[in-house]
Write a protein that binds this ligand. Structure first.
Ligand SMILES: [Zn+2]
Length: 94
């Protein structure tokens, strides 16, 4: 099972992480380290993080590294639950 996130601004995808290697390459750590950031539920790639201030003004700040990592874990858990549901029922949850 692999995992990736998408930039809410330009659609750029992170590299694909294999969840089997989770403890060797914690995706949340890698994604934050490579300069991804987040705002609420949305992820932004390193390129769009650089242009964030000019697009959104100085007062609207991205939520930072810790929030980004938490969001990555939430998405992984969501994906895992979908996967379990698929194994249980043979259908992907809507
Ligand atoms: Zn982007």
């Amino acid at each position: 099972m692999t995992f990736e996130i998408r930039c809410s601004c330009c659609g750029h995808r992170s590299r694909k992480f294999s969840l089997e290697n989770f403890w060797k390459t914690d995706p949340a750590e890698q994604i934050a380290k490579h300069g991804w950031d987040s705002f609420g539920d949305a992820f932004y790639c390193p390129k769009c993080v650089k242009t964030w201030a000019s697009r959104n003004g100085k007062n609207k700040k991205l939520w930072g590294k810790d929030h980004t990592k938490q969001r990555v874990y939430q998405v992984i858990i969501g994906d895992l639950l979908d996967h379990i549901e698929y194994m249980r029922t043979g259908e992907w949850p809507m």
